[in-house]
Design a protein around this ligand. Structure first.
Ligand SMILES: C[S@@+](CC[C@H](N)C(=O)[O-])C[C@H]1O[C@@H](n2cnc3c(N)ncnc32)[C@H](O)[C@@H]1O
Length: 394
């Protein structure tokens, strides 16, 4: 593989390792997990493939330039010299700039982004006698600046919109997980579609939907109903290669067609997947979401209390994200503590041989399960410090 692109995947905190593994499976190389990001190299075809098939990243940033940045002036000069802006940003194309990190005299990301914008429009006025407009919603070019370690890194965002939005979740229950976080949590369980999977508090069904779509190899970048690719910012880039894109799109479409038969890549039928939730309205939302994601036929979703959950035959994997709250009133806390105690008792009584993975945002509540963890993975769910806890049920 010719490595022509140096890139960074922005991923949920705590999922850097599984995200690096996913990128490697899809053809990326030189992987280096960072904090909330994975640095990697790839060729153009792989960069397109990752946009169509990777489930864990929020964004994939392609590096345009990296230069020393000692302050405001160095940033301004560095941006103007970074690349041939004749190629990347003629004045009829709109753009936006986002920034993160800091450098001396550049401590506010909004100000740093403004500095990049000024450098670009000044350069355009000098060379074209005209400037691009800034478009925050649907820019032709979405630029990202990262400052840190005395360096400035200027990148292009390949997707524009965040990749975690797969378009299958018009309806959501209470506190739904982001799709890419759910996919990463499932990756950590090692579930591959060959043993039963159940979520007895499934809410809008995100964990199960992501699990099934992943096991069936369905590309997240395609609309589940039509197999059409969602538009990506990279299709507007000056070096976009339509033939290469079509090749990757055709491969993604054949994976999508194969996946919609409900079999794993070796032809084995998918193991049973069960979900339930106490709230019947939430279960119908989960059904609508599963249908929109193209995995409806493979999910058995029912309304009911988790306490009366009867696991399907054969040991498998239980996943769940029960309610928790950072600041609970006394009554609410007691009720939830009882729910966790009952959940622990149900699992011990009926799920011998199963593995339970539970997303916890409140260690006091998980204590009420009265189960011993065999693994604890720190993750962040919408800014809340959580643990993805594994219990081996004897
Ligand atoms: C944090 S939400 C789960 C969100 C889900 N992971 C998603 O992405 O949509 C917790 C869910 O537990 C359900 N729940 C609460 N008590 C329950 C019980 N006793 N039995 C079954 N479900 C329950 C709630 O209705 C809610 O949908």
């Amino acid at each position: 593989m010719t490595t022509t692109i140096s890139a960074v995947a922005v991923v949920p905190p705590g999922l850097e390792e599984p995200a690096a593994a996913e990128l490697a499976t899809l053809g990326a190389s030189d992987l280096k997990p960072l904090h909330r990001a994975v640095r990697f190299g790839c060729d153009q075809a792989t960069f397109y493939r990752l946009h169509l098939r990777a489930r864990l990243p929020f964004r994939l940033l392609r590096q345009l330039a990296r230069f020393p940045c000692t302050g405001k002036e160095a940033l301004y000069q560095g941006i103007q010299r970074a690349v041939d802006w004749h190629q990347w940003l003629p004045p009829e194309r709109s753009f936006r700039v986002d920034a993160s990190g800091s450098a001396p005299g550049l401590n506010h990301s909004h100000y740093s982004a403004l500095q990049v914008k000024n450098a670009l429009v000044d350069w355009q006025r000098q060379h074209f006698g005209a400037r691009s407009s800034v478009d925050l919603d649907t820019p032709d070019l979405s630029l990202h600046l990262h400052l840190g370690g005395g360096q400035a890194e200027l990148s292009l965002d390949g997707s524009g919109a965040s990749l975690h939005r797969r378009g299958y979740r018009p309806r959501q229950g209470l506190a739904p997980l982001k799709e890419n976080l759910a996919a990463g949590l499932i990756r950590l369980t090692g579930w591959d579609g060959r043993v039963p999977l159940a979520d007895p508090l499934c809410g809008s069904g995100t964990l199960l939907i992501e699990a099934v779509a992943m096991a069936l190899g369905q590309p997240p970048g395609l609309e589940a109903s039509t197999g059409e690719a969602r538009p990506l910012a990279l299709q507007q880039w000056s070096d976009f290669d339509p033939a290469l894109w079509q090749h990757e799109l055709d491969a993604a479409r054949s994976a999508w067609r194969a996946g919609s038969m409900g079999c794993l890549s070796d032809g084995t039928p998918l193991a049973p997947v069960w979900g339930r939730d106490a709230d019947a309205a939430v279960v119908s939302q989960a059904r609508a979401n599963a249908d929109a994601a193209g995995v409806g036929p493979w999910l058995n979703l029912q309304s009911g209390d988790c306490r009366s959950f009867e696991p399907p035959a054969g040991a498998g994997i239980l996943v769940c994200n029960p309610p928790y709250g950072a600041r609970l009133g006394a009554g609410e806390h007691d009720q939830l503590e009882q729910l966790y105690a009952d959940l622990g008792a149900m699992v011990k009584a009926r799920c011998s041989g199963w593995t339970l993975w539970l997303l916890s945002g409140n260690p006091e509540l998980t204590g009420a399960l009265r189960l011993k963890t065999s693994r604890r993975v720190p993750v962040s769910n919408g800014g809340i410090d959580c643990r993805w806890l594994r219990y081996d049920i004897r």
